[in-house]
Ligand binder design. Structure first.
Ligand SMILES: Cc1ncc(COP(=O)(O)O)c(C=O)c1O
Length: 320
């Protein structure tokens, strides 16, 4: 392999031209509203709800605090069934709420939680299921909902990878009681750091908005021990600008994904994921490959190190 002079990273954040951002900053400097549900924040909530096709969205400073808060919104306690195959933040959100994570194994096709193993993990302490749409591929949402309805459990989807992805022609974010998003720099839609909770009704949205603002319900009443996880105006302004370029960014990702698919498809020992039939608007946030050491002749970690020596910085998902 020819050594690359230019380093290639697993992802490069999409950023608009800096000049386009200046007028937004001038507005912030002009009105001196930096946070607390300012005009850019309100506008981004409105535009994102329309763009994603969801009824209510509440913005957060990051995806982890959106997850932590989502569990509090539904007053989840005891044990929660979740997947071990995710970024650490999924399980950490449970830990921060003093909830015991109960891990259920994943299905081999897409790496999402295997619904057929959920029932055997349910105990009298189970209150909810926290699945992840890994790499943006939809979980088996119908079956998960059926189990949740049978056992009286809530469902919160960690949809950090699924921004804009549709399932059977509708936003995947409309499944479950709540879904959470991440707008971290590594995500296809980023506000540098950022996140959101999607919910179905205005009463829940109001409770989310109280909890992310110290629990304040109005000027003097504090309805619960909330946290400060509000998105600020600079993040929201960047989000509005990013949204304008989002489609073009996704098309670029699609082209790159097509190149990878074409170039990697016949390599012995490298497995690619098929795109699920029911998925549309794929954001191509990730392009995972699975390495079969015996057939490929190198382990995943050897391949990772080899690429690194050649200035190509991959990522082991999920490691640790
Ligand atoms: C599956 C998953 N959940 C949660 C998070 C946490 O989001 P954030 O980095 O915005 O806090 C991430 C990634 O960053 C993620 O990949």
């Amino acid at each position: 392999m020819e050594k690359q002079n230019k380093s290639i990273y697993v992802t490069q954040p999409a950023l608009p031209d800096l000049k386009e951002f200046i007028p937004y900053l001038e507005k912030i400097w002009g009105n001196k509203i930096l946070t607390n549900n300012g005009p850019f924040h309100q506008q981004l909530e409105k535009e994102l709800a329309g763009f994603l096709g969801v009824p209510y969205i509440s913005l957060f400073v990051n995806g982890t605090l959106a997850l932590v808060t989502a569990l509090q919104v539904l007053r989840i306690t005891g044990e929660v069934i979740t997947t071990p195959y995710s970024f650490v933040a999924t399980t950490h959100a449970l830990w921060w709420n003093n909830i015991k994570p109960v891990f259920v194994d994943i299905e081999p096709e897409y790496g999402n939680i295997d619904p057929e193993r959920i029932e055997e993990a349910i105990t009298p302490q189970t209150t909810a299921i926290l699945p992840v749409h890994v790499y943006g591929n939809p979980c088996k949402v119908e079956r998960i909902q059926e189990i949740a309805d049978t056992y009286g459990l809530k469902v919160i989807y960690d949809a950090a990878h699924a921004f804009g992805n549709n399932y059977k022609g509708q936003s995947i974010l409309n499944w479950g009681d709540l879904s959470t998003l991440s707008f971290h720099a590594t995500k296809p839609f980023n506000t540098m750091e950022g996140g959101a909770i999607i919910c179905h009704d205005d009463k829940t949205k109001q409770r989310i908005d109280y909890l992310k603002n110290f629990g304040f319900a109005g000027e003097t009443k504090v309805m619960a021990p909330g946290i400060n996880s509000k998105m600020n105006e600079m993040q929201a302004a960047l989000g509005l600008l990013q949204l304008k370029h989002h489609q073009a960014n996704i098309e670029k990702r699609q082209q790159i994904a097509n190149t990878y698919k074409h170039e990697l498809k016949d390599i012995e020992g490298i497995k690619l994921l098929d795109e699920p039939e029911d998925l549309s608007n794929n954001n191509h946030a990730y392009f995972p490959i699975f390495v079969d050491e015996t057939k490929f002749g190198k382990s995943r970690d050897d391949l990772y190190e080899h690429l690194k020596e050649n200035n190509i910085f991959g990522q082991r998902y999920f490691y640790p």
